[in-house]
Design a binder for this molecule. Sequence first.
Ligand code: 5GP
Length: 192
Amino acid sequence: MNRLEQKIISDGIVREGNVLKVDSFLNHQIDIDMLNWIGEEFKRRFSDVKVDKILTIEASGIALASVAALHFNVPVLFAKKTQSVNVDGEKFCSQIASFTHKCINNVFVSKNYLKAGEKVLIIDDFLAMGSALEGLTDLVRQAGAEVAGIGIAIEKGFQEGGRKIREKGYRLESLAIIDEMDGTTGTIKFRQ
Ligand code: 5GP
């Protein structure tokens, strides 16, 4: 087991509805040492890939992507969910269905920060049904930029997102892939 998998076993809580709670170290309180290991691991796995920018989505992707960005020495851009008077000019927009909040979010990035030809590494905390990644890859496509790879901390391998993303040919690296999770017993099984 790698460090993230050990942390999930020791501190993660399996909830009803296929939800894994990791808010003691990733989604609410943040274990920065754990995040730093995740950032280093993404850098190691994507060491052969040119990355100009990291793209994630607010809110929980931001901390993870920011620590990773230190290892890649590139800026982080996060897709916003709420309209803001602080974002000037034209935007690329997409829609993302939220697995945890059961709603549709209109997400956007400013055209100032995503440019044609840029090599973009997408990073997020979870991969479940794949909606967040569909929206983020759509923003990259609209900009004429290129998805250099996708780094996920926790993939729920029993949901369909990972398969859909791999079938599309993206290079997807998930640091912990959960193949089975039982809310009654709290058991978690990782892919070997
Ligand atoms: P997807 O779009 O792939 O269905 O879900 C990805 C997003 O939903 C992630 O950005 C994450 O915030 C959230 N998410 C999905 N499953 C879980 C889960 O089991 N636990 C937590 N904490 N977040 C999840």
